[in-house]
Write a protein that binds this ligand. Structure first.
Ligand code: SF4
Length: 412
């Protein structure tokens, strides 16, 4: 194990980019747990057993707790539990109240403020649930909720109504019923395991579940949504990877919001999953004072590619109750997309989406690149703001006059 926040420079690619400090793969170190043995620290069960989950622990390990955080922590277990692995806690900057890691997992009193437009189930999942723990909102795929537990709890969690069971939702998935529903619906070709975090299941339980799903002939494709590689990279053991690789095609979506979450430990864990042949994608949530900044987001997406993870989605923060203090404006998200598209590798550019409130599904949101369109031509703008004309065609023939060279003053 490396010293706290030491750089894994042996594998560091050279970079002269302005965001190069954010792009370093540092170890999380061990901060308060320097006396713990390597065997304990690298044991995912030890990490879970020693999570910071009480106000007293939080005060002990984070003496710089602000009044807003302290008040939030005292009330947290009535809404969404407080829980942070020692590994992830070691990434928090105790001197910075606005540390982007801290803002994601330390409760604040603002979580108890609910605006009139906020909801407990902003994606309308409960109204699309034919059996407990299964959401069938899109025609050919289902969301299979495996557990209500996570390694650490994100304060903006869209499923905070059920995750951690702090608010008494009483979540009881019934795998037999969930699997029977999928088996009796031949239109379901894609199953996404989520929760809570499916990788908190033991290898044996997860293998049993994946085997049963894989045995359904019309299930073509399996996916797991997890934040475990980020909160608890120790869980990504060679044994887990060997088990998962039996179930291809199996994709994994991880959830990373800030480049500092991509540590040396996380890069190694993601590498083990990639080596098992598992295609990896990342989902980020746009969060105020965490990643609502183009340079931060650019460093994140570029670093993800270095970890063999395709940036997949940036989500506009759902209208989950008590999340206003973390919600960035849509205009900020559009500004970030404008600064990514064309300015970095296309593979690094995720799709920015709003999950339409109430259950409308994901809607992609893009800066305007089509300036106007008619039967004869399409007028488009590129990432530099230059304008081009593309002819519409019918059977290969332009519908209008051949393209003209457009100069910008003509349009002002
Ligand atoms: S890991 Fe996912 S499900 Fe768990 S608290 Fe975070 S956002 Fe919610």
């Amino acid at each position: 194990m490396q010293a706290a926040n030491s750089s894994d420079s042996s594998k560091e690619p050279p970079s002269g980019q302005p965001n190069s400090a954010l792009k370093q793969f540092l170890s999380a170190g061990r901060r308060h747990w320097a006396n713990v043995t390597d065997a304990e620290w690298n044991d995912w069960h030890w990490q879970l057993k020693h999570r910071i989950s009480t106000v007293e622990q939080l005060r002990q390990y984070l003496p710089t707790l602000t009044p807003a955080e302290l008040a939030g922590a005292k009330l947290a277990n009535h809404k969404l539990a407080l829980g942070i692995t020692p590994y992830f806690f070691s990434l928090i900057d105790p001197e910075n109240e606005n540390c982007p890691i801290r803002r994601q997992v330390i409760p604040r009193i603002e979580e108890t403020h609910t605006a009139s437009w906020e909801m407990s189930d902003p994606c309308g999942e409960d109204s699309h649930s034919p059996v407990p723990g299964l959401v069938h909102r899109y025609p050919d795929r289902v969301l299979f909720l495996v557990t209500d537990r996570c390694a650490s709890y994100c304060r903006y969690c869209t499923r905070s109504r059920l995750v951690s069971n702090a608010s008494g939702y009483d979540f009881h998935p019934e795998f037999d019923k969930q699997i029977a529903y999928i088996a009796s619906h031949p239109e379901i070709r894609d199953v996404l395991l989520s929760g809570g975090d499916p990788l908190l299941l033991s290898d044996e339980k997860l293998e049993n579940l994946l085997s049963r799903l894989r045995a359904i002939p019309h299930v073509e494709f399996l996916r797991i949504g997890t934040r475990i590689p980020i909160f608890l990279p120790q869980r990504i053991t060679p044994e887990l990877c060997a088990m998962l690789r039996q179930f291809h095609p199996l994709f994994i979506s991880v959830h990373t919001n800030h480049p500092r979450e991509l540590t040396a430990e996380v890069r190694a864990a993601l590498g083990r999953l990639a080596d098992a042949g598992i295609p990896l994608g990342n989902q980020s949530v746009l969060l105020k004072h965490v990643n609502d900044d183009a340079e931060v987001m650019k460093a994140l997406v570029q670093k993800l590619l270095m970890c063999r993870v395709k940036p997949y989605y940036i989500y506009q923060c759902d209208l989950i109750a008590g999340s206003a203090h973390l919600r960035a404006a849509v205009s900020k998200g559009l500004e970030i997309m404008e600064k990514l598209r064309g300015h970095t590798t296309g593979y690094a550019v995720p799709t920015y989406v709003i999950d339409a409130p109430g259950g409308g599904g994901k809607v992609p949101i893009n800066p305007e690149y089509v300036l106007c369109r008619n039967a004869g031509r399409v007028l488009i703008r590129n990432f530099e703001g230059k304008i081009f004309e593309y002819p519409e065609t019918s059977e290969g023939q332009p519908c209008g006059q051949p393209p003209r060279k457009i100069s910008e003053p003509e349009l002002v």
